[in-house]
Design a protein. Structure first.
Length: 307
């Protein structure tokens, strides 16, 4: 079944309509995964609704363990990408995931676990037992998972306001490896999550500071702004990081939007860093920033301004 990337969702659903009696757990998982990759799928289409209803019925009758753990993770991830929180099938699946959380986390790979908790966070569904199992198995999860898996899981915790001390302790323990091997987006997601939860991880932030040049060079304006905000929120001075922001101020302001730039300027001020190049670039792009910015963003950048 290779329709997902071509956007031929109707063809996939017609296959289900014609062959649903022979559809296996792998077929449901593959179809959902490919539907999740398509930008525009008509959720009101009768074929789509019939497919989702059938999936929900199968899980309701056969139980969640009729699916493999990877199938569950793939389906949950796709549901979140398609924002299907209010559909009956989503209610069935999330309820079953909570009920079978021990099985999912014990049997699942770090990628499976990360995709499942990410889906919960994306759809704002708290799943206490699932996150409790992640906390219980945090040592294995962090040891075996890649940096993206771990960053997505920490982000999910922050999005739902769930503190997992053991998970954070494991992130701190493996900080060197995680920051060294991670991409800028994943690092900034972890920094943002720590700030959102009010958790200081000294060693992790020390390694963020150590790799500041790479982070600012590779990160987009959102990543840079989130990292600066996280440091300011936790009152963690990171001189090398802010020096790199100052060094690359021209590119940052040129590519960033008013919100990202305002957040970064405020973070510099809050932590007591002078940023003449950054402020010079803000003034250079004043017309665009004032035109596109909200009143609060404009005030942060220029003081009170009358449009």
């Amino acid at each position: 079944m290779g329709f997902g990337r071509k956007g031929k969702w109707e063809e996939m659903l017609l296959i289900h309509a014609k062959e649903k009696e022979g559809f296996s757990n792998a077929n449901y998982s593959t179809t959902m995964s490919q539907l999740g990759r398509i930008r525009f799928v008509d959720h009101q289409d009768p074929l789509f609704r019939a497919f989702l209803d059938d999936l929900g019925n199968q899980v309701e009758v056969r139980g969640l363990r009729w699916l493999r753990v990877q199938h569950v993770a793939n389906i949950m991830h796709a549901m979140a990408k398609m924002n299907l929180r209010n559909h009956r099938t989503a209610t069935i699946l999330f309820s079953q995931v909570e009920k079978h959380a021990d099985w999912l986390v014990n049997r699942g790979t770090p990628q499976n676990i990360a995709n499942t908790v990410w889906a919960c966070a994306r759809l704002e569904i708290k799943s206490p037992n699932l996150f409790a199992q992640v906390e219980k198995h945090a040592e294995r999860f962090v040891k075996e998972g890649n940096p993206q898996n771990i960053a997505n899981t920490v982000w999910a915790c922050a999005r739902l306001g769930i503190k997992l001390p053991n998970l954070c302790a494991q992130v701190e323990k493996h900080a060197d490896k995680l920051v060294k091997e991670d991409k800028a987006e994943a690092i900034t997601n972890t920094v943002w999550a720590c700030a959102r939860l009010g958790i200081k991880l000294p060693d992790y932030f020390l390694h963020v500071e150590k790799h500041a040049e790479q982070l600012v060079k590779e990160g987009n304006p959102q990543a840079i702004a989130n990292t600066a905000w996280g440091c300011a929120k936790l009152e963690i001075k990171s001189p090398k990081l802010f020096a790199q922001v100052e060094k690359h101020a021209e590119k940052f302001v040129k590519e960033g939007n008013p919100r990202q730039i305002a957040i970064t300027v405020l973070a510099c001020a809050q932590l007591g860093f002078d940023s003449p190049k950054l402020l010079a670039q803000v003034n250079k792009h004043a017309e665009r920033l004032i035109k596109d910015g909200s009143p609060l963003e404009i005030e942060a950048l220029f003081g009170p301004v009358t449009r």
